[in-house]
Design a protein. Structure first.
Ligand code: CA2
Length: 170
């Protein structure tokens, strides 16, 4: 499944408001329907709606995509280059396997925040390693849906700080 949602009308770059791309990896479309003890009861639609609301309150916009396909996630990362200001990414199980997603993050040179619903360091050994962590500004995990909201906060803070530091045209 693939979904795209935007919190604001699309405009060509340059745009005044920051745009954050939120990527959800495989099986996260099932959120809220199974395994509530691990992943909670909030649905992905609930999370995306709250991200749009939180971003809007800070004068920013969010675009979300969920895919069960590694290549679709990579295409979305490539498409963010020059169009989005930062990424929030939960690559799902690709976290632990995907050098291709790590390379895509390298290629676009955008600040990225890794998020996970569960505390991947308190689960099975194979979940403790993240292939993408080294290419992200930081990782937030273990807070359920709140991990995404904290991740958005971190991404927006980075973007706002960079904009404040950017030299202005005279
Ligand atoms: O904790 C996370 O956010 C994970 O990225 C979730 C992935 C898992 O492979 C990672 O190790 C940690 C799995 C997502 C599966 O999502 C489901 C949600 C509801 C029901 C079934 C699966």
């Amino acid at each position: 499944m693939s979904t795209r949602r935007r919190g604001a009308t699309a405009t060509a770059r340059p745009r005044a408001e920051p745009l954050i791309l939120v990527l959800h990896g495989p099986n996260l479309n099932l959120l809220g329907t199974r395994d509530p003890l691990i992943y909670g009861t909030t649905t992905l639609a609930d999370i995306d709606a709250e991200l749009v609301r939180l971003a809007g309150a800070r004068g920013a916009a969010v675009e979300s995509l969920q895919s069960n396909h590694e290549g679709a996630l990579i295409d979305a990362i490539h498409g963010a280059r020059g169009r989005c200001d930062a990424l929030v990414i939960n690559p799902g199980a690709y976290t632990h396997t995907s050098i291709a997603i790590r390379d895509a993050l390298d290629a676009v040179d955008l600040p990225a925040v890794e998020v996970h619903l569960s505390n991947i360091h308190a689960r099975e050994e194979f979940r403790r390693e993240s292939r993408i962590a080294a290419r992200c500004v930081g990782q937030i995990c273990g807070f359920g849906a709140q991990s995404y909201y904290l991740g958005l906060d971190a991404a927006l803070t980075i973007v706002e700080r960079r904009r404040a530091e950017r030299p202005r045209d005279v």
